[in-house]
Design a protein around this ligand. Structure first.
Ligand code: ZN
Length: 184
């Protein structure tokens, strides 16, 4: 039993207690939250940051899709907020971010880096070849830190550099990595 999202790079969250009835019902959200055990929440990515969250005491889990626009729009704080409404405590939340394009590879125009850094300074980065870049995963972790989520780990894998991972920026036409989180 898997809950999918129609990901649109926005800040909206859906609280779910079962799979969607049909593909037509899949809402345009970038985070899903559940307190239902045995229900897997799925996020699909190819360079964007997959964010998996769980409070193992309150038994609340969330999956979020955080690309540059979604991170800036606050999809991760929105997911944490929805978890808190269901009884989660940020101090207990376990957060894992999966493979994503890294801050040394995600090249952007100078003006875009400035726009991003004005909202999330932690996302300011530079490529390994000396041009402006954005580190979306660093932005996500800074947001989680400010919310009091301390138990965090980040995948060391850069999707663009890894031949074993899908990368939209590298290949354009490509598959997606699925990240899942569920409550036992
Ligand atoms: Zn990289």
């Amino acid at each position: 039993r898997v809950v999918w999202m129609n990901q649109v790079h926005g800040p909206d969250v859906a609280v779910v207690d079962g799979p969607w009835g049909s593909d037509d019902e899949i809402p345009a959200v970038d985070a899903v939250v559940t307190a239902r055990r045995g229900l897997a929440l799925a996020v699909l990515t190819a360079d964007c940051t997959p964010v998996l969250l769980a409070d193992p005491v309150a038994k609340v889990a969330a999956a979020a899709h955080a690309g540059r626009p979604g991170m800036l729009a606050g999809v991760v704080p929105a997911a944490v907020g929805a978890m808190v409404k269901l009884g989660a405590d940020p101090a207990r939340i376990v957060a894992r971010t999966g493979p994503a394009v890294c801050g040394r590879c995600y090249e952007v125009p100078e003006a875009m880096r400035a726009e991003v850094a004005a909202i999330e300074p932690a996302a300011y980065a530079g490529t390994s070849w000396g041009t402006p870049a954005v580190d979306v995963t660093a932005g996500v972790h800074a947001q989680l830190e400010r919310l009091g989520v301390r138990d965090r780990e980040q995948s060391p894998v850069c999707t663009l550099e890894s031949g074993d991972h899908f990368s939209y920026r590298r290949d354009r036409t490509t598959g997606r990595l699925a990240g899942y989180v569920w409550l036992d």
